[in-house]
Structure formats: structure tokens, C-alpha cells
Design a protein around this ligand. Structure first.
Ligand SMILES: *Cc1c(COP(=O)(O)O)cnc(C)c1O
Length: 400
């Protein structure tokens, strides 16, 4: 079998129009978001305005990272030391990290084999722990039944913050991911759906929440220079009561991001073409489960997940190693020790240990792969062939 030679960490280059905009900012010397001339908005405020319009939210704050957006959202909601915050047991480390940043305790909720939050376990944990908020992680772009989730949270009076690091551009029943709760948090880190190296957005329709978030982000008394912020009267007391926890986006990153927003929808289609090609191949393989995508979900297939249910660790290691020999990088979330970006709840030792037998059983058989847009459809077909081959070999060995 021909090995695959593409790189799973190679994103597309920044487009020439974005490079031009970045060079213009560099030439101006005015990189700080509040370093504007006259009544010009400046790149960061322009970007906030454009992203709010794209997202369909009233307000948008551009900031330093997705993790910063999440901890800021928790703070702006009044979550603090000793409060409990619900989140998915399967997520990336910045999520429990954002909860730890405000001194709160993460309550981890089980997931289902479709990699979304288990609503029965959620309801039980709300009753057992009286949480202050939920930080839902739409991990790897899988959306739960958002209508059912909102019914549970509204019934129990729990406010929702959405981690949309993998669902920028996604929607449920025509409604954008990030618009269901009080806030949506987005990342523009290199491996997400727009690339500024690091960066993030916080969106909301709540004016006081957003005024607190803007003050927290380090706006000093320059909050009226935001592109999609509440009117100055909302800040009357908030500007004096809210600490400055510096986390502003700069004009250079904003200049790179603004042109990318214009190509986001096209890129979502490109990701989904690649994702669906691989997913459809794998769905046909015996012993493999590809998570179900309900018709209400408009997802962004920037990564691909599949499960080999009930398989042992040796089989999983075998799949990973034979795929790797042929140039395909699969991440196994069931590994005992954390590797690269991948870790599971057992290695978050700053979080109170919690029993999550169903999640553990799912992660034990879960494999994950990035789909960079530098892969052509032919590349994806080759990658799918290699995965099918690696799975077939491992399962045969296991059966022997
Ligand atoms: C990347 C990521 C984040 C945080 O984004 P940063 O911008 O890197 O802080 C949050 N949640 C998930 C699920 C992520 O993958």
C-alpha cells in the first residue's frame, strides 16, 4: 500500500489579501486596537462588527484566545471560587482550564457514543450539584440536540456558555452554534476554522454581560471604541466595578482574520466534502462506528472521529501504529498518558477525580483525525483507504 505523505498539521497559507492587510498594519505602526486616528474604527473593531453580523449576535468581543473567551464569559456571568460548572467529560484541556481559572469546580458530564453530552446524566448532575453555569463543549464539532438541552437547562435555571472552538459556522435547526445560551466562545488558533495563530471571540446578546466582558478584556475607559459593544450608558457602573484582566486582540491579527471571514462559508463546504468522503467510507466498515449526525445539524467537518466499540487497548494501539506506518496520524483518546494536544479527564489532576464509566468506555475506542484543507479529495480517499486497511488488519489480528 502506498504511504500517504501529506502533513496533518499543515494549514493553507494566509491569503494574499490578508497578508496585504497585515503589512499595511505593520507599516502604520499602530498595532494596538485603541491606537486609532480620528473616528476610524480600526481593524479589531471592524472585525468585531463583521463577526457579530456573521454570527447573528448583537455583540462581539475579539480577544486573545478561545480559552480567554471562556474564562471571561464565566467571570462576566459571576462564576467564582467554589462555584460548580458543568462541562463535557470529553473535551480539550482549555475547557476545564477556563473553569479552574475562575476558581470554580468542574462537574464532568458523561457523553454518548455520538460524542455529545448525555442529557440524562446532565439532569442528574444538575440535581446533585446545584451548578452555577454550564460550559458546553461542542467537542470536535458534534452538536447535541440543542432544543432538548435548552429544555433541560431552562427547566433547571442553569445559564449556558457554549465552547464553539470546533463549531464556528455550524448550526442546529438553522440557528448558529453559540447563540443558544448567554454566550458563544470561539477560537482563531491555527488549527480552528480561521487562523490568526492565536485569538478568540466572545459573542452575546446580553448588554450588561458584554459590558462586563469588555471591561474584563482590558478596555480601560475606551469601551466606546468597540465595533459591536453595548452603548456607553450600559458601562456607567460596570466600568468602575469590573477589574481589567488584559486579553485584547491586536490589529495585526484582526487584519489577518477579516478577509478570512469572507471565505469561511466556502471553506466549510470544502471541509465537509473531505470529511464526508472519509466518513462514508468508514461507515461501511464492519466493527467501526461513525458518530451519527442528525439532520438538524449543520456541522463543520474540520476533523473526523470514529469508534471501534468494545475493542481492547492492544487493538487500538495496533490501528494507530499501522495507520502511522502508512503516514496517517490518528489520535487515540483512550491512551493512559496524554500526548500532544490530546488528554482525557484522568490527566486533569487539578479537577476533583470523577467516575465516568460510560465516557471512559467510549474514549477507549475513539480515534480522531484532523482534516486540513491542504488535503485534496484524492488525498482524503487515500487516507480513508489507509484507515480501512489499518482497522481491518488490527481487527483480524484481534480475532486471530
Ligand atoms: C482549541 C480549543 C479551545 C481553546 O482555544 P484556544 O484559542 O487555543 O484557547 C477550547 N475548546 C476546544 C474544544 C478547543 O479545541
Amino acid at each position: 500500500m502506498q504511504p500517504f505523505t501529506g502533513s496533518f498539521t499543515q494549514q493553507e497559507p494566509i491569503a494574499e489579501d490578508a497578508i496585504g492587510a497585515a503589512v499595511e498594519v505593520l507599516r502604520s505602526g499602530r498595532l494596538h486596537r485603541y491606537n486609532t486616528v480620528g473616528d476610524e474604527l480600526g481593524p479589531v473593531a471592524e472585525l468585531e462588527k463583521a463577526y457579530a453580523a456573521y454570527q447573528g449576535s448583537t455583540y462581539c468581543l475579539a480577544c486573545t484566545s478561545g480559552g480567554y473567551a471562556m474564562s471571561t464569559a464565566l467571570r462576566a456571568l459571576g462564576v467564582g471560587v467554589g462555584d460548580r460548572v458543568l462541562t463535557n467529560a470529553f473535551t480539550l484541556a482549555p475547557v476545564p482550564g477556563a473553569i479552574a481559572a475562575v476558581g470554580a469546580d468542574a462537574v464532568l458530564v458523561e457523553i454518548t457514543p455520538d460524542l455529545v453530552i448525555d442529557l440524562d446524566d446532565l439532569e442528574a448532575k444538575i440535581r446533585a450539584t446545584s451548578p452555577k453555569a454550564m460550559l458546553l463543549s461542542n467537542m470536535r464539532g458534534h452538536l447535541c440536540d440543542m432544543d432538548a438541552l435548552m429544555a433541560v437547562l431552562n427547566r433547571q435555571g442553569v445559564p449556558l456558555i457554549e465552547d464553539c472552538a470546533h463549531t464556528m459556522g455550524a448550526s442546529w435547526n438553522g440557528r448558529k452554534s453559540g447563540s443558544f445560551g448567554i454566550a458563544g466562545c470561539f477560537s482563531t488558533q491555527t488549527y480552528k476554522h480561521m487562523n490568526s495563530g492565536e485569538g478568540g471571540f466572545l459573542t452575546s446578546n446580553d448588554c450588561e454581560f458584554m459590558a462586563r466582558a469588555i471591561m474584563l478584556s482590558g478596555s480601560y475607559m475606551l469601551y466606546d471604541r468597540h465595533g459591536a459593544g453595548p452603548s456607553p450608558d450600559v458601562f456607567k457602573d460596570i466600568r468602575l466595578d469590573t477589574p481589567n484582566m488584559s486579553g485584547r486582540m491586536d490589529n495585526l491579527r484582526a487584519a489577518i482574520l477579516l478577509p478570512q471571514l469572507a471565505t469561511l462559508e466556502t471553506n466549510i463546504d470544502r471541509w465537509n466534502d473531505r470529511h464526508d468522503l472519509i466518513a462514508n467510507r468508514l461507515r461501511a466498515v464492519a466493527g467501526v462506528y461513525v458518530p451519527n449526525r442528525p439532520p438538524q445539524e449543520r456541522y463543520v467537518g474540520s476533523s473526523f472521529q470514529f469508534l471501534i466499540p468494545d475493542s481492547d487497548a492492544e487493538t487500538m494501539r495496533q490501528v494507530v501504529s499501522s495507520a502511522k506506518e502508512l503516514g496517517v496520524e490518528l489520535k487515540w483518546f483512550g491512551a493512559a498518558s496524554p500526548v500532544g494536544f490530546t488528554s482525557n479527564h484522568q490527566s486533569w489532576r487539578y479537577v476533583t477525580p470523577q467516575d465516568l464509566p460510560r465516557t471512559d468506555a467510549i474514549l477507549a475506542g475513539l480515534l480522531d483525525m484532523r482534516i486540513p484543507l491542504t488535503f485534496s479529495l484524492e488525498d482524503c480517499a487515500q487516507v480513508a483507504d489507509i484507515i480501512v486497511h489499518a482497522v481491518g488488519q488490527a481487527l483480524q489480528k484481534g480475532a486471530a
